[in-house]
Design a protein around this ligand. Structure first.
Ligand code: SF4
Ligand code: SF4
Length: 441
């Protein structure tokens, strides 16, 4: 059978659902749903030029079309999943640039997350890397105390002078270059006091307009507590009561992206319980990745509660613009470069709201730059597991930012914040990177 015939949409009688061919590995309802969705790809190739990994490698297997072809071939039993299949899956950022470009409405993110989960179940990650991955996804990200202890140890490493010694001696670079590259990405860990828990409730200033729940997430609060405090401050000043349920947890986004769907679903259920206990007008978050995952809980969980939860979820810029902004006090004059997080622009289709929020701040001038809508290569922990590709994807963005010389770069996702900070620092550019909400005086 030729490739084009093998990948053609199966012919069916009018109105009949397509059926997988004989020998297909399509046994469950979920497998059937994802195989059927893979048929939406008409192989037009319009997504290729917007795919960061295809742009960098030029390989069809590193493109959306190629990856869908492989997923479908595996599902239909025409291809044995091997190392090159795993590589094609692993190299994807799940940035979903391809979804924006696709004229056929392919839900690529869902296809990729499902394929990764199937693959992880078929061949659980082995060796030291597999052990670290299991510990991270099962015992660190979902457990605030364990994560806190780990961050405490890392802060000690940074503050005791050991980090300076390790970096200056170059020993780690010589003995374990891959580990050294990852160590270089470690952000400065805030103090224990700064990482301390938030209150359960923060009252609105002036007349109360609504009550919102606030997602603190897993790593965002301990790594960037200033962004959470700024978000709560602005919401209060804009007239919103903010409720921070203490029983909430990680949103599960990283788990879904990296093939740990069962654990992700458990976390999603816990968040439904935490946030749906009391009437809320919205569930606000300030992380593009978390927001996208929470809006898509109904893809992961059945039932009315997941639907109800998802309809309440709003990115903070989306929420403030939707509700109408109270006048913002003038701040100092700032030339601002806004980098669009993939999970805001491509997964949630939100591009105008953060810019509207920024333009509403007196003194802010927005500087457009080339590639501001493209991926920065952070993609959760992608920059840790695929550092070479992540750097190649990041480089043109850093060069484009350098050209416009902003006073500050802003972006609404913790992974992108850290990736841009590292990229700018490595290029010797002393440009701060902040969350847009931090610019509201
Ligand atoms: S999600 Fe991103 S990296 Fe993956 S195929 Fe689509 S555009 Fe390419
Ligand atoms: S644009 Fe859509 S339909 Fe066309 S090849 Fe890419 S994923 Fe397939």
């Amino acid at each position: 059978m030729s490739d084009s015939m093998a990948n053609a949409r199966p012919a069916t009688a009018c109105g009949e659902a397509p059926r997988p061919p004989e020998g297909a590995r399509v046994a469950t309802r979920e497998q059937l749903a994802h195989w059927t969705r893979s048929l939406d790809c008409i192989h037009c190739g319009l997504c290729l030029s917007s795919c960061p990994t295809y742009q960098v490698t030029g390989r069809e297997n590193a493109s959306p079309r190629g990856r869908i072809y492989l997923m479908r071939a595996v599902a239909e039993g025409r291809l044995e999943p091997d190392a090159s299949y795993t590589q094609a899956l692993d190299e994807c950022l799940v940035c979903r640039n391809c979804e924006t470009a696709c004229p056929s409405g392919v839900r690529f993110g869902e296809l990729m997350e499902f394929a990764r989960d199937e693959e992880k179940k078929r061949v659980p990650p082995r060796g030291l890397a597999g052990f670290v991955e299991r510990i991270a996804f099962r015992h660190v990200l979902p457990k605030r105390r364990v994560l806190g202890a780990l961050l405490g140890a890392l802060r000690l490493y940074q503050r005791s002078g050991v980090q300076t010694l390790v970096r200056k001696s170059g020993l780690l670079r010589r003995m374990a270059p891959q580990l050294a590259a990852r160590e270089a990405l470690l952000p400065a860990i805030p103090s224990r006091r700064e990482r301390g828990p938030l209150l359960e409730r923060y009252p609105a200033h002036g007349e109360r307009r609504a009550t919102v729940g606030f997602l603190t997430g897993c790593v965002m609060h301990p790594l960037m507590p200033e962004v959470h405090r700024a978000t709560i401050r602005v919401l209060n000043e804009q007239g919103f009561d903010v409720v921070v349920p203490s029983s909430q947890g990680c949103c599960g986004a990283l788990h879904f992206h990296f093939g740990h769907a069962d654990e992700g679903k458990e976390l999603a259920r816990a968040n439904l319980r935490a946030f749906l206990r009391e009437p809320l007008d919205a569930i606000v978050n300030n992380s593009a990745g978390c927001g996208a995952a929470m809006k898509e809980y109904p893809h992961q969980l059945e039932g009315e509660e997941a639907q109800r939860f998802a309809t309440l979820v709003r990115d903070v810029s989306e929420f403030l613009v939707e509700r109408g902004l109270r006048p913002i006090a003038p701040g100092r004059k700032l030339r601002v470069a806004y980098d669009e997080p993939c999970h805001l622009i491509h997964a949630q289709k939100i591009s105008a709201a953060p810019k509207q929020l920024l333009r509403a701040i007196p003194g802010v001038e927005l500087l457009p730059f080339e590639g501001q809508e493209s991926c920065c290569g952070a993609a959760g922990i992608y920059n840790l597991v695929q550092p070479a590709l992540a750097n190649a994807i990041l480089s043109p963005k850093i060069a484009a930012i350098a050209k416009v010389q902003p006073d500050v770069v802003v972006t609404g996702n913790p992974g992108c914040l850290m990736q841009l900070r590292n990229g700018l620092a490595a290029a010797g550019l002393a440009i701060p990177v902040k969350h847009p909400i931090e610019l509201v005086p």
